[in-house]
Write a protein that binds this ligand. Structure first.
Ligand code: PLP
Length: 404
């Protein structure tokens, strides 16, 4: 199928409202697509009611829309059943859910394996669990190009390991994790696997069946959908084995003054009123995304990222964080310019209407590994064009003229 970035841009209302903007901060959040926009409007104007409680027609329509969103999310992930989809408020909430529900089944001496590439969302909850349960954390280290160093995996994933929690792709280096040996090592140890899919979902449908993990977390806002909603996918058997995390309405079987029995997944993990309109919009966005020509779109973003890497490579004093080649990586490029603080570079770029992020990107252990405080990060989506990349490169030359 043919793909045109200019046509694709037409599906993103904010970009039409900011024709001069070069939006290159897609790893932080993707712009809202029209399908999600329209779904929110339709829902709020015609179906707004609480879910799983009402018996009148409006509430039934809200229920149906919410459960359709669950099926749409399941389809995007190639999940075996919609009941494997738990709506959360985002990746962070999904990981915290597992850190509590699964974490509280662990004991002192059990081990959780992470990597040094993790976003703080997939690190801090496990450090907090260590404080509560006395589990030990072990880390997969990073090679010089930012990829996970899997050479001594068998020494890191020991028989005491209960969970391996790793990112599908780094939000700093763009490196895609080689999950096959990681899942194999976890399985050999009898451990569960959680994959942080926050970055991956923006770049096409994911196949959780092929990944063979137990949990997969992502946020709606990275997938061109609203914020305030996300998904925890869990293999049916893995979810069924978990106790609830939050207690409240909607997650119960029967409540007496003394005791509560719990609903089956996914409801067991959706206490309280969920983000209904946001979930409906996420479902609509994922449905629309699923029908897009991803092969052509990936070729487009890969071409842009290569153009960016080539343009950066000739700038004096430039250092990359992450792989230089475009295989097994997302179009996310992090770098530093000698003598220029990332925040200062971002400010000059803003004057050029280029929106990029500078800082530690919630990945301070990764920054420590490379001995830097932070980096400038440009992250590309299919609506970006060569003009966006060229504006960034021009802006950086200007920053070097002004700031050095
Ligand atoms: N994990 C990764 C790899 C991310 O890039 C992010 C956000 O940037 C998160 C987790 C946290 O996502 P959220 O803030 O939407 O919960």
């Amino acid at each position: 199928m043919k793909f045109s970035a200019h046509e694709w841009r037409g599906h993103f209302p904010l970009l039409a409202n900011h024709p001069r903007l070069h939006y290159l901060d897609n790893a932080a959040t993707g712009q809202l697509c029209a399908a999600a926009f329209d779904a929110v409007t339709h829902h709020e104007l015609t179906q707004r009611a609480n879910v799983l409680r009402g018996t009148y027609k409006l509430a039934e329509a809200a229920d149906a829309a919410y459960e359709q969103a669950r099926r749409q999310a399941a389809a995007y992930l190639n999940a075996a059943s919609a009941d494997e989809v738990v709506f959360t408020s985002g990746t962070t909430a999904a990981i915290n859910l597992v850190a509590h529900a699964f974490g509280d089944t662990l004991q002192a001496g059990d081990e959780v394996v992470l990597s040094l590439a993790e976003h703080h969302s997939n690190l801090v909850p496990w450090q907090m669990l260590r404080g509560r349960r006395g589990v030990a954390l072990r880390f997969i280290r990073l090679a010089d190009d930012g990829r996970l160093d899997l050479a001594r995996l068998d020494e890191i994933v020991t028989p005491r390991c209960r969970l391996v929690a790793v990112t599908h792709a780094s939000n700093v280096t763009g490196a895609v994790s080689d999950l096959v040996p990681i899942v194999a090592a976890a399985r050999a140890a009898g451990a569960r696997v959680l994959v942080d899919g926050a970055q991956m979902v923006q770049h096409g449908p994911v196949d959780v069946a092929a990944l063979d993990a137990d949990f997969y977390a992502f946020s709606g806002h990275k997938a061109f959908a609203p914020n305030g909603v996300g998904v925890l996918w869990g293999r049916a058997e893995a979810l069924a084995a978990l106790p609830p995390f939050l207690g409240g309405g909607g997650m119960i079987g029967r409540v007496t003054a003394e005791e509560t029995t719990y609903a089956a997944p996914p409801r067991r993990f959706e206490a309280g009123t969920p983000p209904i309109a946001q979930a409906v919009a996420l479902g609509a966005a994922l449905d629309w995304l699923r029908a897009q020509p991803w092969e052509a779109m990936r070729a487009h973003t890969t071409h842009l990222a290569q153009r960016l890497l080539d343009g950066l490579a000739v700038l004096p004093g430039l250092t990359f964080l992450g792989p230089r080649e475009m295989t097994e990586r997302l179009p996310i490029v992090a770098f530093n310019l000698a003598g220029i603080h990332p925040h200062d570079a971002c400010q000059v770029l803003d004057a050029h209407h280029v929106a990029v992020r500078g800082g530690h990107h919630c990945a301070q252990p990764l920054m420590d590994r490379f001995g830097v405080e932070g980096a400038v990060r440009a992250s590309l989506a299919p609506y970006n064009t060569e003009a966006d990349v060229d504006a960034l490169l021009e802006g950086l030359k200007d920053a070097q003229r002004k700031l050095k």
